[in-house]
Ligand binder design. Structure first.
Ligand code: DQA
Length: 152
């Protein structure tokens, strides 16, 4: 894949609050892989799939909304783990809906098998789909799914 065609398929990867603490954060739930580890493996997969990634982590809802808005005209799709904002943020959902960019929601844990409040996602209705419960693999499956959507 040439650099130019990879740039034509640029994907925004967004990590929400507390994901910067992966590796030390509740390892029984989220595993021992750090965010850097996930980003490095995602970058390798992106090269294989011929896409370019722009990666942002923020603990702030507004910064995540800003990053989603900036994706307009810059990126062709969004891979997002909104973390706790999944269950609270109408603003992130509205930003994704506003861009109308194909968006895949991912979670390390199976949010449907945990506390009841985690089973609801404000984002899911405006996402192409949701992948959860596979640890870091959720991101890799999500990237593959998003690229296949972009190829259609
Ligand atoms: C999470 C699940 C959320 O419920 C939680 O608030 C997170 C991480 C996950 O990846 O499993 O911070 O999105």
């Amino acid at each position: 894949m040439s650099a130019q065609s990879a740039a034509n398929r640029r994907i925004l990867v967004l990590h929400g609050p507390n994901l910067n603490l992966l590796g030390i954060r509740e390892p029984g739930v989220y595993g021992s892989t750090t965010l850097d580890g996930i980003n490095t493996a995602l970058a390798a997969l992106a090269r294989e799939l011929g896409v370019e990634l722009k990666t942002v982590q923020s603990n702030s809802e507004g910064a995540l909304v800003d990053a989603i808005q900036q994706a307009l005209g810059e990126c062709q799709g969004i891979l997002i783990n909104p973390a706790a904002y999944t269950h609270t943020s109408v603003a992130i959902r509205d930003a994704v809906a506003a861009t109308a960019l194909p968006t895949v929601e991912v979670h390390l844990s199976n949010i449907h098998a945990r506390e009841a409040f985690r089973a609801h996602s404000y984002l899911a209705p405006v996402a192409v789909g949701q992948i959860c419960g596979f640890g870091p693999e959720s991101y890799f499956l999500g990237l593959r799914a998003l690229v296949s959507v972009l190829e259609k």
